[in-house]
Design a protein around this ligand. Structure first.
Ligand SMILES: [Zn+2]
Ligand SMILES: [Zn+2]
Length: 1004
């Protein structure tokens, strides 16, 4: 091109400047033609190298786009950013090269945008570079420094405490006031400065450790000048005062920097300003120093090290939840791990992590951002907050597809997270596999160690603390002292703490990870209190408890913990439920104490008069005696002249101890504390639970306290889960009946019911059946009231009628789990009966108890509940009636000669047996126990079941469907078909020497 003589040579450059002259017009036209040619050439060049082309002449380049590449850099690269809409970036260059490619990569990663490169002409480039002039407000990235470290230092010297700010502020000139405020804030460790215009002045308050402290008042006249300076610093519009504005600047210090976020808000008396100091140095990013208990820290570290899943933190604004996430990111921040954050706004810059910010005004929301982040294929993603279904769903999806996702949520406590997510529309089955850990937290101020004071607790306060500690689950593995250590409160304040009494803050946490029970509750869409209950049972320490533990360590005060937790009456209520259902604390019994109990129960006959035992030891004594004598229940009853302690052994009450009246109150308060109640609680009935630890074994006890004539009666039920008692083969079911039962339980559908009065062992029989059916390929669910024994491998649930979780409601929701076998504690109403039948007809084996006197009675009671009789006839497979009779002690068994009347009665019962397989001996011999050491001189030891069983048959089915059928009709039909009645079974067992005839007549 240079060889061709240029027309421009003909034009005198000076005259050509005059556009109106002929030469000028000509020159202009020539220029236009030339430019067009160049543009055309550029377009062709672009096509040749496969780039799009653009002409930037007259193109509206926005400052937002332009500043993505700083001017100097732009000139170096000969490339400009000419378009940016929050999602797309367009860069244009004269000639593509390696450096520009790197720049584009940087833009992509920094702004999560789709960046494309265009080819432009030199003229376009000049146009774009010109545009930088049009945006003079855009300063260089770090040009916000207008407050020097020196000036800050000077003011820091002057300010002893925020309290003398008020005098100081009216001494300095207006332009220094902002510096003074910042210096004070830095000196006292304040996170925010609030400057609020009020009617008579401008109030300055500092937030120190989360609490606002009033510091100074400024004259209204000065305010206008001060706020102008603040606006200049924050780079917001000075002339706007009727709209909220946000700005930001950075103060550079030798050892770090402080970002100041200012927000300006119009109020009734003028503009108010909040300056937030984000001191990147001040954030405790060490996970270990956050104040999480070591046991929990370990567990959390495990969850964090997983390659995928969700880690959620929750709590109100200012609870430190984001700091916790930053600390976790800090651990995860390793070479080879790509971490991307999406925040609103970016609070602290973390080296090595790609941080981006949502911008709702540009339509760049959490869900948009998350979608584009996922295209970057990160390992770890932090999403500032999950507040809508869309974000939640993408986050969960990401967590399920190999990303570890961290986020925060707004709920009161950890337990609230799952219901909250379900509430916004997340599917429970997606939550179950995605959640790794949930953390809830608050920040409490730490007591200033230089001026804290001892806090003597009132009885009431102490009780409250004891109660909070009492319900920490043994699974939390926390040692709670039985006697409270010295507790401190804030003192008057000293120089060290700026006269606040507190200095610095520490987190109080509660956290849980998912287990099968919590997964189930999630699927069931359980309310948060259920989740809380389960989490506590699993060993979660609540924020309140963590706070109280930190009070006992002298770190903070009770007042402070109660302040940040706020209202926890709801927790109180939950504790009552938790206490009554989970194992609270326990009694430890030593070998020597147990031996003493054993010695005292060698001969049970008359109550022993005991008055020499210290009242503190009494409950240990009673529990070791109860255990040594295999008692089922312990009854402690105040009487007119003393306290009677009676044991129910093998179903029969025995007087055991006769105690002086004075021992009653100590026992009562001891058992109340054991079960986690405050000793002053008085209610019609109290139900609780505690454990007894013997040298070799441990068992649970259920406690109920019932108001009575002379005071409250204490009943302690010993829940001893001996494997033998759950062995179906050893229950004593007659071999004929056993065959039928074995047949019935192999069915895959139908109903098996057990009946008998309370204490007849019907539930034990059902547990025995479940135990036998409990194989890995069979899914068993129980619904109980309450859960009596824990069966490994079986999902056991408990109803809660007060909260509407009835047998019927539980069945309906648990049937969706499609179990093979379902055990329902009791069928007591039409609704439950109907669902049970429906379940039985649709391929489930249903086991239940029903309240009746006999197996036949159970069937007719069922029919009487208003169910469809033909369905019932088809559904019912087997009915079991039973009683428990004491077993004769084998060590002292001798022949017995019962009275003639009893023998006659026995003979008549035997003669009614229709079953041909039963052999009745010619001469009738009966037995009893003489009493020996082995049986505590009772003559009996243990119990044997007396059973009657009715398998369903055609004739029984017909009877069920008939309108007028009575118990008697069913019983006679069953006996005709070979059923042995409870009475018949009893007499046969007496003849076999298993029990005595007297005992048989006692129980039937
Ligand atoms: Zn102090
Ligand atoms: Zn004996």
């Amino acid at each position: 091109m240079s060889d061709i003589a240029s027309i421009e040579n003909l034009i005198d450059p000076d005259t050509a400047k005059d556009e109106d002259s002929v030469q000028g017009k000509f020159a202009k036209k020539q220029q236009e033609i030339k430019l067009k040619e160049i543009e055309k050439q550029t377009e062709q060049n672009a096509a040749a190298i496969g780039l799009p082309y653009v002409n930037l002449f007259g193109f509206p380049i926005s400052p937002e786009a332009l500043v993505l590449i700083p001017e100097e850099r732009s000139r170096e690269l000969k490339a400009v950013c000419f378009f940016y809409d929050g999602k797309n970036i367009r860069v244009a260059c004269l000639e593509p090269n390696e450096e520009i490619a790197l720049e584009i990569q940087r833009l992509n990663e920094q702004y999560f945008a789709d960046t494309k490169l265009y080819l432009i002409s030199q003229n376009s480039l000049n146009q774009a570079l010109e545009a930088y002039k049009a945006v003079p407000k855009v300063k260089k990235y770090d040009s916000g420094v207008e407050i020097s470290e020196e000036s800050l230092e000077k003011f820091k010297q002057d300010i002893a405490s925020y309290k003398n700010l008020n005098e100081k502020i009216n001494e300095v000139n207006v332009s220094d006031i902002v510096t003074l405020l910042l210096a004070t804030a830095i000196k006292v460790g304040s996170s925010d400065i609030h400057i609020e215009a009020e009617e008579n002045g401008v109030i300055i308050r500092f937030r120190i450790d989360g609490v606002l402290q009033e510091a100074a008042v400024i004259d209204k006249e000065k305010w206008k000048k001060i706020i102008t300076r603040m606006k200049i610093l924050a780079k917001v519009k000075i002339n706007i005062s009727n709209k909220p504005q946000d700005g930001r600047y950075t103060i550079y210090l030798k050892d770090g920097k402080i970002d100041v976020r200012s927000s300006f808000l119009p109020t009734a008396y003028g503009e108010s300003v909040v300056m937030r100091l984000l001191n990147s140095k001040a954030v405790a990013l060490e996970f270990e120093s956050l104040g999480i208990r070591p046991e929990i820290l370990e567990k959390l570290k495990q969850e964090i090290s997983k390659p995928n899943g969700l880690i959620l933190t929750t709590g109100p604004t200012g609870s430190g939840k984001t700091t916790t996430l930053y600390a976790i990111l800090n651990i995860l921040n390793q070479p080879g791990t790509k971490i991307v954050t999406l925040e609103d706004p970016v609070e602290y810059q973390l080296a090595g992590i790609n941080q981006s910010q949502v911008d709702a005004s540009k339509g760049y929301t959490f869900s948009d951002g998350l979608r584009s982040i996922l295209r970057q294929d990160p390992n770890v993603i932090m999403v500032g907050e999950i507040r809508d279904l869309e974000t939640a769903e993408i986050a969960i999806q990401a967590s399920l597809t190999g990303h570890l996702v961290l986020s925060t949520l707004h709920t009161n406590d950890a337990a609230g997270v799952i219901p909250r997510l379900i509430d916004i529309g997340v599917k429970p089955y997606l939550l179950v596999p995605s959640i790794n850990a949930v953390i809830s937290q608050r920040l409490v101020r730490k007591l200033c160690p230089y001026c804290r004071q001892e806090h003597r607790l009132s009885t009431e306060e102490e009780e409250k603390v004891q109660k909070i500690l009492a319900v920490i689950s043994p699974r939390a593995k926390v040692n709670t002292p039985s006697k409270l250590p010295t507790i401190y409160k804030a003192g008057a304040g000293c120089e060290q703490c700026n006269y606040l009494g507190y200095k610095g803050r520490i987190g109080i946490y509660e956290t849980f990870t998912m287990d099968d029970n919590l997964k189930q509750l999630t699927i069931d869409k359980a309310p948060s209190f259920k989740i809380l209950q389960q989490a506590i049972e699993n060993g979660m320490i609540t924020m309140l408890q963590d706070g109280v533990l930190k009070v006992m360590d002298g770190i903070t005060s009770l007042e402070e913990v109660y302040r940040v937790i706020g209202n926890f009456n709801y927790v109180d209520e939950l504790y009552d439920i938790v206490i009554s259902q989970t194992i609270g604390r326990g009694v430890k019994i030593t070998a020597a104490e147990y031996e003493r109990g054993q010695a005292l129960t060698k001969h049970i006959g008359q109550a022993i008069n005991l008055s020499d035992i210290p009242s503190k030891e009494l409950i240990k004594m009673i529990m070791s005696m109860a255990s040594a004598s295999d008692a089922g229940d312990v009854h402690i009853e105040p009487e007119e002249n003393g306290v009677a302690v009676r044991f129910r052994i093998d179903g029969v009450m025995h007087d055991i101890l006769d105690l002086p009246k004075t021992s009653y109150l100590p026992i009562l308060s001891e058992v109340k504390i054991l079960a986690g109640f405050a000793t002053n609680i008085k209610r019609a009935t109290l139900d609780g639970r505690f454990s007894v630890y013997l040298p070799e074994k441990k068992f649970d006890c259920r406690l109920s306290i019932i108001s009575g004539g002379y005071g409250e009666t204490i009943v302690i039920r010993l829940l001893i889960n001996s494997a033998a008692s759950l062995d179906l083969e050893k229950l004593g079911i007659t071999s004929v009946a056993k065959k039928e039962l074995d047949k019935a339980i192999t069915k895959t559908k139908g109903i098996i019911i057990a009946t008998g009065p309370t204490g007849s062992g019907k539930t034990t029989t059902l547990y025995g059946i479940l135990n036998k059916l409990n194989k890995s390929d069979v899914k068993i669910i129980t619904i109980e009231d309450p859960i009596e024994y824990q069966l490994p491998g079986i999902m056991q649930t408990q109803i809660d009628t007060e909260r509407g979780y009835t047998f019927a409601a539980a069945m309906r929701s648990l049937l969706r789990q499609n179990p093979n076998i379902m055990m329902i504690g009791e069928i007591r109403d039409e609704e439950t009966a109907k669902i049970a039948i429906e379940a039985a007809m649709t391929g489930h084996l249903v086991l239940s108890t029903i309240h009746a006197n006999s197996a036949a009675g159970a069937i007719s009671r069922f029919a009487g509940l208003g169910v469809d009789k033909s369905s019932l006839a088809n559904a019912i497979e087997f009915s079991i009636g039973q009683r428990l009779a004491r077993r004769i002690c084998p060590h002292c068994k001798i022949e017995d000669t019962p009275g003639q009347e009893m023998i006659e009665q026995a003979k008549s019962i035997l003669s009614s047996i229709k079953n041909k397989e039963v052999v009745i001996p010619k001469t009738l011999k009966f037995y009893k126990g003489a009493g020996c050491e082995q049986c505590n001189h009772l003559g009996y030891k243990g119990r044997v079941g007396l059973y009657e069983t009715i398998p369903s048959s055609n004739s029984i089915r017909k009877l069920i469907q008939k309108e007028e059928t009575t118990d008697y009709d069913i019983e006679q039909e069953a006996i005709n078909e070979g059923t042995i009645s409870i009475a018949q079974d009893g007499v046969l067992k007496a003849l076999a020497g298993e029990t005595s005839l007297e005992e048989v007549f006692r129980v039937i």
